[in-house]
Design a protein around this ligand. Structure first.
Ligand SMILES: Cc1cc2nc3c(=O)[nH]c(=O)nc-3n(C[C@H](O)[C@H](O)[C@H](O)COP(=O)(O)OP(=O)(O)OC[C@H]3O[C@@H](n4cnc5c(N)ncnc54)[C@H](O)[C@@H]3O)c2cc1C
Length: 589
């Protein structure tokens, strides 16, 4: 079975030394959130994820969620664990105290998301969409809806879902058919079918609050005619108590490659009573409040699964002996595989990516908090622009790297990785959904290039590039960091050329741009990781005397990243700008 130790040291390092966004530090509501509190939360979080939740991963893979006689049951152990999970207040961690939450910032709760993803993604998903639903209702619900639904969601006794997908409507939400007909009392009756709904039904909570996209009969076609509705599984009376069953039923659950403990449901809505959330025909915008935050969390899922895969590959490589290394000093017998150059390369590829990703997501957590809570509108907007630019990068890069890392971890285990005994192959299978759901990674890259990059109004990419250039400038006279800053400068110039190439081709060949989106996202992602590493390096040299071993490790890892990972940019750029002649003209037989 896989083992897991939450990387609290690295998390605390970021929390204490990399809080470099002055606007985040200005936020009054988090003034009391100091290092002691962060450490306390992370230690408690480590305990519950390492001891209670980690064993559920294997249990849920062996005995998946089931559907029998109209009832969905979660795997053995989930109910007891969920009870403890909500009693200890983990669902409420980042929610607003007005609704019973603990008001902890994302600079800490994102670490908890990572730990949960490492220990069991299936278990995590039962509360993850609750936080998504909470965010959506908080931003778009009326006061009475908020009062009625949020306290129970925050407590964890009710959970949430996000219902977009239908049989003929996946990526293209303009095709959705579910109908919502207004009733004389102002409620709506929803009819239609939603598929692939995560935690659409289960036995962990008293009620499930579905957030459903549907069309009113007079709505325009396409995405301009979509509204958002709150539809409880069990109706809720005025005083907040439970009423009769609503017209939502489970048709079936999916049999899947991974995350088998998570119930992925087909839901039928047959005249189910719902309440409109936000303005009519603007439902997609409201749903995006939920999806944008959720996309960051999906990126963190990829990071969490990468971390546990790395830890287990590292441990195994320190135990397994095979062959002799080039410079072996072993007289009789063989060397540990961790001494082979290629295994070391693979482990460092994982480690340098994971730690860079963690630093980047910490930066993003600060920006997100500023974008949500800063009192200055301009500062808020600027932070929101950065969040919007980097969200598809985090979602796609972290989850794609999750595939590479879980595959490489399996490789380090050799045949024992492919067979089930060690549990490594499950990480590969569990991670495989992350590049698909919450908008496929292709769609993330299209969103980045066609919507976010070309935002001329606020020149977001220009401002992001400028902030990297400033960081490079700050380090250009530092004797040890200078060479790495120059390397980043070199690759940043390539990214700038790539951006200009996209802007130019947008006018002449959209296919060329479409075929380049994925590469552009990877280039921006690698630059963003290097930018994070540069900040980590500056702190590492400054703080060296306080913890030599820790900071030397950081410096070595950063050097590996700049020499062995960052140059991937050359391949992405050169491949992308070769155009589409051999793509679009090809005749598939
Ligand atoms: C386990 C699981 C859990 C899920 N949970 C939920 C949930 O809770 N709620 C929910 O609503 N949905 C959920 N989904 C659905 C998921 O979000 C969709 O599967 C996903 O958005 C892709 O839609 P699709 O499967 O219909 O693929 P399609 O949209 O048919 O896409 C097929 C392929 O075409 C590509 N493609 C499509 N359009 C374009 C384009 N314009 N440009 C370039 N490439 C394109 C896609 O990237 C993909 O590779 C879940 C799915 C699974 C498997």
């Amino acid at each position: 079975m896989v083992t897991y130790t939450a990387p609290i040291n690295d998390m605390m390092f970021l929390f204490e030394k990399l809080k470099d966004n002055p606007h985040y530090c200005e936020l009054e509501k988090y003034k009391e959130v100091n290092s002691d509190l962060a450490k306390d939360i992370l230690e408690q979080a480590a305990k519950i994820t390492e001891n209670l939740i980690l064993p559920l991963a294997k249990a849920g893979d062996e005995i998946p969620a089931t559907f029998e006689n109209g009832t969905v049951r979660t795997p053995p152990g989930y109910k007891e664990a969920y009870k403890k999970f909500i009693e200890d207040g983990w669902v409420s961690l980042s929610c607003d105290p007005e609704y019973g939450g603990q008001g902890i910032p994302k600079t800490i709760s994102a670490f908890f998301d990572e730990m949960l993803s490492s220990s069991s993604l299936s278990f995590k998903l039962y509360s993850e969409l609750s936080i998504g639903a909470y965010n959506c209702i908080l931003h778009h619900g009326t006061e009475s809806i908020k009062k009625k639904f949020l306290p129970k969601i925050v407590k964890g006794t009710w959970s949430g879902t996000m219902c977009l997908t239908e049989p003929a409507c996946g990526t293209d939400l303009g095709l959705l058919k579910t109908k919502a007909v207004e009733q004389p009392d102002g409620t709506f009756e929803l009819s239609g079918q939603k598929i692939f709904i995560t935690s659409g039904d289960h036995d962990l909570t008293e009620n499930i609050i579905h957030l459903v996209l549907a069309r009113t009969p007079d709505a325009p076609s396409g995405t301009k005619g979509i509204s958002l509705f709150l539809v409880p599984k069990i109706q809720v009376k005025e005083d907040g108590s439970l009423g009769p069953r609503n017209g939502v039923s489970t048709n079936s659950i999916e049999s899947k490659m991974g995350i088998k403990g998570s119930a992925t449901c087909v839901l039928n809505f047959d005249g189910a009573i719902g309440y409109m959330i936000g303005p009519k025909n603007k439902g997609l915008g409201s749903m995006f409040t939920m999806m944008n935050l959720e996309r960051i969390v999906v990126g963190i899922q990829g990071l969490g699964i990468s971390e546990i895969a790395y830890q287990n590959a590292l441990n195994y490589s320190k135990e397994r002996k095979q062959g002799k290394t080039n410079n072996s000093k072993t007289q009789n017998g063989t060397d540990l595989i961790i001494d082979h150059a290629d295994i070391r390369r693979s482990l460092l590829n994982m480690k340098s990516t994971i730690e860079g990703e963690r630093a980047l997501s910490f930066w993003l957590a600060q920006q997100t908090e500023v974008s949500l809570h800063h009192s200055d509108k301009k500062i808020k907007q600027e932070a929101s622009d950065f969040v919007s630019l980097i969200t598809p990068v985090v979602k796609s890069l972290f989850t794609d790297m999750g595939m590479e890392i879980t595959s490489d971890a399996m490789q380090i285990f050799g045949g024992y990785g492919y067979t089930k005994d060690q549990g490594i192959e499950q990480l590969y299978r569990d991670n495989r959904i992350t590049p698909i759901y919450e908008g496929t990674n292709s769609i993330q890259s299209v969103d980045l290039v066609f919507r976010k990059l070309i935002n001329k109004d606020r020149n977001v990419i220009g401002r992001y590039i400028k902030s990297i250039e400033e960081e490079i400038k700050k380090n250009k006279n530092h004797p040890q960091i200078k060479p790495l800053a120059e390397t980043l400068n070199h690759y940043l110039k390539i990214m700038i050329n790539f951006t200009v190439w996209i802007e130019k081709n947008m006018k002449v060949s959209k296919d060329d741009v479409s075929a380049a989106c994925n590469d552009y996202l990877k280039v921006l992602g690698l630059i963003a990781l290097a930018y994070s590493w540069l900040k980590v390096l500056a702190v590492s040299y400054k703080e060296m005397n306080t913890n030599k071993k820790f900071f030397e490790d950081k410096i070595e890892t950063a050097n590996f990243f700049f020499k062995r990972v960052l140059p991937r940019i050359d391949a992405h750029y050169n491949s992308a700008i070769s155009g589409t002649k051999y793509i679009m003209d090809f005749k598939f037989s």
